[in-house]
Design a protein around this ligand. Structure first.
Ligand code: ADP
Length: 287
């Protein structure tokens, strides 16, 4: 598959030892350890202040919804915002923003696509000729593409970059953490999920990478009655709070099941969304 100006690197380091104590000097795996893999650097035309990775245990819990809402609110708070859609096999960021134009390649690199409010985005769908073309690459190639989104795109000055990671805690998200200078992680869950297991995995991964988990978003947490305004916690309440307490994660955001949000995302209108819970969450997290 030919993609404008992209050559895919096949370079994912070894995994780190599961009993890492961060003392590289005494560790027999230190020469191949993932934590020691050098971070990628953005190109000379880009200056990126903070990078936040948005992760989830599985697909469909609303990771892209949360990434895009966080980007929208960071932008409303006056930040210069960019989003990398690292969910290569299930890209949805361009669609949610209604920014389906193609990225343009220049001599110096690739220009990101701009949303209506001026958020910069890059996604595999910004590069593929047809959005419906399947991406049938193996993990290392996908990870290489994500790195190149960071290194080969002409981002300019960015205050806040969000990375919409592939679902799960496997090789690709791990490579994103290894190779991009991530400042913090946001975990997205849904109440049907085994929250404690997902968060525990994310916490372990984050500890290995020395990256803090800044917050948990419990998406589709409750349904708000349109007639009386009462909140109904259809799948139960409390699990996320307990887990956050256990791991000392201070920021929790609960988002309702809201068909108007789904309509806005499906119609590329997410920049018009009003979600009070998200406003506070972003204020607390994005510095
Ligand atoms: P993921 O990135 O985790 O695969 P998405 O963000 O693409 O998940 O969300 C999956 C589907 O659920 C999308 O159709 C999206 O519009 C919808 N969705 C996500 N969050 C909500 C919500 N809070 N209320 C209603 N629909 C939602």
């Amino acid at each position: 598959m030919k993609v404008v100006g992209f050559h895919f690197i096949n370079n994912v380091g070894d995994k780190m030892s599961s009993n890492c104590n961060h003392d590289c000097a005494s560790c027999s795996s230190s020469s191949t350890c993932a934590s020691k893999i050098e971070k990628e650097k953005a190109n000379e035309f880009s200056s990126i202040k903070k990078i936040y990775a948005v992760i989830s245990g599985k697909g469909g819990v609303g990771k892209s919804m949360v990434t895009s809402l966080m980007a929208v609110y960071a932008k409303r708070q006056g930040k210069k915002v960019a989003v990398i859609d690292a969910d290569i096999t299930g890209p949805s960021i361009p669609k949610v923003f209604g920014a389906t134009q193609k990225a343009v390649a220049t001599e110096n690199g690739i220009l990101p696509v701009l949303t209506g409010s001026g958020i910069e985005i890059i996604s595999i769908n910004s590069l593929l000729q047809n959005d419906s073309d399947p991406v049938v690459w193996r993990g290392p190639v996908i990870a290489g593409a994500v790195k190149q989104f960071y290194t080969d795109v002409l981002w300019g000055d960015v205050d806040t970059m969000f990375v919409d990671c592939p679902p799960g805690t496997g090789d690709v998200p791990l490579t994103v953490f290894q190779s991009l200078p991530i400042d913090g992680i946001i975990v997205v869950t849904s109440p049907q999920e085994l929250v404690s297991m997902i968060v525990e995995k994310a916490v372990k991964m984050a500890e290995l990478m020395h990256v803090p988990i800044l917050g948990i978003v419990e998406n589709m947490s409750y349904f708000k009655c349109p007639d009386c305004g009462k909140q109904h916690f259809i799948f139960g309440k409390g699990k996320t709070e307990d887990t956050a307490k256990k791991y000392d994660i201070k920021n929790i955001c609960r988002l309702p099941i809201d068909s108007s949000l789904a309509d806005m995302a499906d119609g590329g209108q997410i920049e018009f969304a009003e979600v009070d819970e998200m406003e506070k969450f972003v204020e607390n997290i994005i510095k």
